[in-house]
Design a binder for this molecule. Structure first.
Ligand SMILES: *Cc1c(COP(=O)(O)O)cnc(C)c1O
Length: 387
């Protein structure tokens, strides 16, 4: 009767959904308003308040928000847009989708964020700068904003992993013309798929609202002429629906609790890893930046004497989910390599991060004691993965 029960697996990320999201979704589905309704409106209002932005515009994904942010500023062929070499490919793809050219910037060794000095070196003539708060730690926004201002470029923030992160006490998403958040299932909160654009300039917000919905002009007196509208601009269908917004509202109510658990799990895991000599970790604070603790990035020695893939296999076999952020420096993905001729060695820090780091879970799904279990598995795994 005492047979050892295998320990429950710890996934890298897990959406935290319960009866509140299920009931919220059911309420929408049993009504008649599936789009353009009160849940979307309320979700936008609450989210704007949460991050301290003048406006928040719900969209179908963070990628859609980033695309809109460049598109409404007229970014197009001939424009150059700075993108960190280490990010989700979405950050670069939206530049390509506008017909513009990404200018990849290597990242800092101690944070994984865009290197301001490297940006400065190529900043002349840039149309825009897309910053990514890597794994939730805000970029050096003072320096990056100053460089962008000097060269006349506007800044767009990719906040997909920075919900809850602040710089100088101000929430990310308030430093560029827009902030773009993701509600993909394993992010800080979820709407299944979905995203939010924050903006402090009402003209930018209005343009994003219009462009996410076909370029409709909503100022027409619809009450007097129902169903009649004009189309004044080119646009997409990048809207969020009412079910997603209702789920988002329920999640928003849990966000403080999620954030506290992430911070506690991060601290516990960092402490437990402190006696594993082979592993270092990124700090969750630097200068004015405070992280949203998306995950804990375990950094292996640069000399490569620990086989990263063997360590990942060891952890996965022990039931511990891991991730890699990201599997390659973006310019070295086949699409970019073939289009622009990038070669290994051009973005050394981004390439090192792609090869020598493992993202460990710190999400609110972790149970008591899980941080110690993860650290113990890293300790034994590092021994097993020595070459
Ligand atoms: C997840 C992620 C995205 C894409 O978000 P979607 O909502 O899936 O479009 C973009 N950038 C970064 C940094 C991400 O982590």
């Amino acid at each position: 009767m005492n047979a050892e029960k295998p320990l429950a697996p710890i996934p890298f990320g897990k959406p935290m959904l319960d009866s509140s999201e299920i009931e919220a979704a059911a309420r929408v589905l049993s009504g008649t308003t599936l789009v353009h309704g009160p849940a979307t409106h309320e979700f936008e209002e609450q989210f704007a308040r949460r991050v301290g932005a003048a406006e928040a515009i719900s969209v179908s994904s963070c990628t859609a928000g980033l695309h809109l942010s460049l598109f409404v500023h007229g970014v197009g062929p001939g424009d150059r847009v700075a993108v960190p070499a280490m990010t989700h490919v979405a950050t670069a793809h939206v530049v390509e989708l506008c017909g513009a050219t990404p200018v990849f910037i290597d990242v800092e060794r101690d944070t994984g964020n865009m290197d301001a000095a490297a940006l400065d070196a190529v900043s002349a003539g840039l149309r825009a700068v897309e910053v990514v708060h890597y794994l939730g730690l805000p970029c050096d926004m003072d320096r990056i904003s100053a460089i962008a201002a000097k060269t006349g470029a506007f800044v767009v923030e990719d906040c997909a992993l920075s919900l809850g992160a602040t710089y100088g006490g101000r929430h990310t998403g308030n430093f560029g013309v827009t902030g773009n958040f993701s509600f993909y299932p394993v992010k800080h909160m979820t709407t299944i798929e979905g995203g939010m654009v924050t903006a402090n300039d009402p003209a930018v917000a209005a343009k994003i609202r219009q462009t996410k919905a076909f370029g409709y002009d909503r100022t027409i007196a619809q009450r007097t002429r129902p169903g009649i509208y004009d189309v004044v601009a080119l646009g997409f269908n990048y809207r969020m629906n009412e079910v997603e917004a209702a789920v988002g509202l329920a999640q928003l109510g849990k966000l403080d609790n999620f954030a506290a658990k992430r911070a506690a799990n991060y601290a516990a895991l960092k402490k437990a890893l402190s006696d594993v000599d082979e592993v270092t970790v990124f700090e969750s604070e630097k200068g004015k930046a405070r992280s949203s603790h998306y995950c804990l990035n375990a950094i292996l020695p640069a000399d490569g004497h620990i086989d990263r893939d063997a360590l990942v296999k060891h952890l996965n076999a022990a039931g511990i989910g891991t991730s890699v952020h990201y599997p390659a420096a973006v310019p070295l993905f086949t699409y970019y390599r073939e289009k622009y001729g990038y070669r290994p060695g051009q973005f050394p820090v981004a390439e090192w991060l792609a090869d020598q780091t493992i993202s460990l879970p710190v999400g609110p799904h972790l149970a008591e004691g899980d941080a110690l279990r993860i650290a113990a598995a890293v300790k034994s795994g590092v021994r097993a993965a020595k070459r």
